[in-house]
Design a binder for this molecule. Sequence first.
Ligand SMILES: Cc1cc2nc3c(=O)[nH]c(=O)nc-3n(C[C@H](O)[C@H](O)[C@H](O)COP(=O)(O)O)c2cc1C
Length: 107
Amino acid sequence: MSYLLYVSASPQGERSISRKLAAEFLTHYMAKNPNARVVERDLIKNPVPHLDGETIGASYSPAENHTPTMVQKLKERMELIYEIKVADEILVSTPMGNWSVPSVFKA
Ligand SMILES: Cc1cc2nc3c(=O)[nH]c(=O)nc-3n(C[C@H](O)[C@H](O)[C@H](O)COP(=O)(O)O)c2cc1C
């Protein structure tokens, strides 16, 4: 069974064109892959935190020196990395705004 991670990033909800395109894609995708599992990571409803100094510090320091906050932030970061690593396929729908993708998508 194939696992598709769908990452969406438009703040425009129902009016979003990128979300409409992705929905259209998923309709065809599911018709061709009826057993596939699709999991959505909606970066507007569930934004991921931007990388901060504490999290970077936690990645480059021994575990025994980590504060409880560092442990939590590192755990959340590893969960996001895992979410991408286990996906067989990734679908991204994102607006372009001011010559780039939204900052939450970069995060
Ligand atoms: C403030 C703003 C900035 C934008 N900047 C760009 C841009 O730099 N490049 C581009 O191709 N489109 C740009 N657009 C157009 C959007 O990408 C377009 O409206 C798109 O449909 C937004 O995606 P969504 O409908 O899924 O939210 C911009 C739109 C807005 C409102």
